[in-house]
Design a protein around this ligand. Structure first.
Ligand code: GLU
Length: 499
């Protein structure tokens, strides 16, 4: 069998280290068997998908050194590899399911669905479509269509019995059909949902092994059913455990940076990060921990994948990265990495022009600019609080800025300024009073090079980490506060213009 695997990220945010982990397993499995590794962009959620996110995902995976045989940037015989360019294909398959009676049109209004869910909540039943439109007569359907009523297409689901899913590592998983929802396959705008597009593409792209995160286990019955409806042979499935924090909680950006871009900005070498992820996939039998991608492929074995949830231990990553810097590079190689990391000519020029008016001696440069070449700064809560805002306003300003920065697509001075101005406005405070603690959090000092330039130069990932650290020092918002602050920001009259 010609093995074909894929990684299928949705471009809805920063490139996650978990995506790199899944990509690496798929890469190793395909290459171990002399097969192909495909990259597919699953951008059916048009509201949340952005080209910036797609670019960042592709760049990050390339940076790590993972190369795919087929994908949106390299092409291939099964393209297009971006789901938003495949709508006609999905529409055709929806038509087949409707014709064969495996799917049905659902004209339920959002209000009716909400009332149904409300009743289910009250009766302590799991939320699930109640099948109302399954009972429509042909005449009723024709009338609704003639009146141009919007509809979605849902898949039918067996009423009783269990669905058996075979997982290469977990064995047989049984899920009762009556817990599986009549999934929407096509939205009212004619776009497919993830489930339909995923199955159709895996089939058409001849994927033989679907290796993905365990959060998709509960979707597997729907997918298996779709394969059966279409009369296609399903791929083999394997669900990988999610990466965990050392305390075993799920790795999430509320607790730790999860973006590959952050690790790049912090000066981890791509081969060290890839090696680190590889050790999470399978530990070294001989105890040798510095291994390249070729070796990872060679010793890859599905049986070695632990289901316990690999721990993303940053201390271990630091140790490994240190070994790469000391042992795998000579001085010239080291210098080359240093220059590429923080001293790219246009960046240096910009820094010089910002620093020049602020120094009396060249030896002032070190203290003035150290924050640009540092990880976490030795900032204290007292330094942050030393200003006009009270404790709550301070925490709110950091939290609001952090959330708003996440939505900024073009990380530049103008957008950064717009966000901070909107935060000051929302809090009803002077901009100067709001920005002062940001200076401290970003640069370690209340005076430095201009704040917005400093933030642009630091990059969004380091900025987010410094804001998160500041919030840790001051007290992270609890769930109630977070809800209230987010509601307030949603209701604010002039949200920042985020392009
Ligand atoms: N688009 C899904 C994700 O971003 C892919 C899930 C799958 O591999 O089937 O995780």
């Amino acid at each position: 069998m010609n093995v074909r695997t894929r990684v299928a990220p949705s471009p809805t945010g920063d490139p996650h280290v978990g995506t790199a982990y899944v990509a690496l397993v798929n890469y190793c499995f395909a290459k171990k068997h002399g097969g192909q590794f495909v990259l597919r962009i699953e951008d059916t959620d048009r509201q949340r998908s952005t080209p910036e996110s797609e670019r960042a995902i592709l760049d990050s995976l390339h940076w790590l050194g993972l190369a795919w045989d087929e994908g949106p940037d390299v092409g291939g015989p099964h393209g297009p590899y971006r789901q938003s360019e495949r709508s006609d294909i999905y529409r055709e398959y929806v038509r087949v399911l409707l014709e064969t009676g495996h799917a049905f049109k659902c004209f339920c209004t959002p209000q009716r669905l909400e009332a149904m869910r409300e009743a289910q909540r009250a009766a302590k039943q799991p939320p699930r479509y109640d099948g109302s439109c399954l009972r429509l007569t042909n005449a009723e359907i024709e009338r609704a269509e003639a009146a141009n009523e919007p509809y979605v297409v849902r898949m039918k689901v067996p009423e009783g019995g269990v669905c058996v899913v075979d997982d290469l590592r977990r064995g047989t998983i049984e899920i009762e059909w009556n817990t599986v929802d009549m999934q929407v396959l096509m939205k009212s705008d004619g776009m497919p949902t993830y489930h339909l597009a995923n199955v159709v593409d895996d089939h058409l792209m001849e994927i033989t092994h679907v290796i993905r995160g365990e959060e998709w286990v509960s979707s597997a019955p729907k997918h298996m059913l779709l394969y059966r409806y279409f009369g296609w042979e399903p791929p083999k499935l394997m669900h990988l455990p999610l990466l965990r924090n050392p305390d075993k909680s799920k790795l999430s950006k509320r607790k730790n940076p999860t973006s590959i871009l952050f690790y790049r900005a912090m000066g981890y070498l791509p081969e060290a990060l890839l090696n680190f992820l590889g050790l999470l996939v399978s530990s070294s039998p001989e105890g040798e921990e510095v291994v390249d991608l070729g070796t990872l492929v060679q010793r890859f074995d599905i049986e070695h994948i632990s289901l316990g949830g690999p721990v993303f231990d940053v201390q271990k990553l630091d140790w490994l990265n240190g070994r790469y810097l000391r042992e795998q590079l000579d001085t010239a190689g080291f210098l080359q990495r240093v220059l590429a990391w923080g001293f790219e000519p246009s960046r240096v020029e910009r820094i010089a022009s910002l620093a020049r008016p602020r120094v009396e001696r060249l030896s002032d440069l070190g203290p003035l600019l150290a924050f640009l070449f540092a990880g976490r700064l030795p900032v204290t809560a007292e330094q942050l609080r030393d200003g006009k805002l009270d404790g709550e306003q301070l925490r709110r300003s950091f939290a609001l800025a952090m959330w708003r920065f996440d939505a900024v697509r073009d990380w530049r001075v103008a957008e950064i300024e717009r966000v901070l101005k909107s935060v000051a406005e929302l809090l009803g405070q002077k901009l100067r009073d709001v920005t002062r603690p940001f200076y401290v959090a970003m640069t370690g000092s209340p005076t430095s090079i201009p704040l917005y330039d400093a933030m642009e130069l630091l990059g969004r990932d380091i900025v987010r980490e410094r804001l998160r650290f500041a919030l840790d020092l001051l007290g992270r918002p609890n769930a109630v506060e977070e809800k209230a602050w987010k509601a307030l920001q949603a209701a604010s009259a002039s949200p920042p213009e985020i392009a």
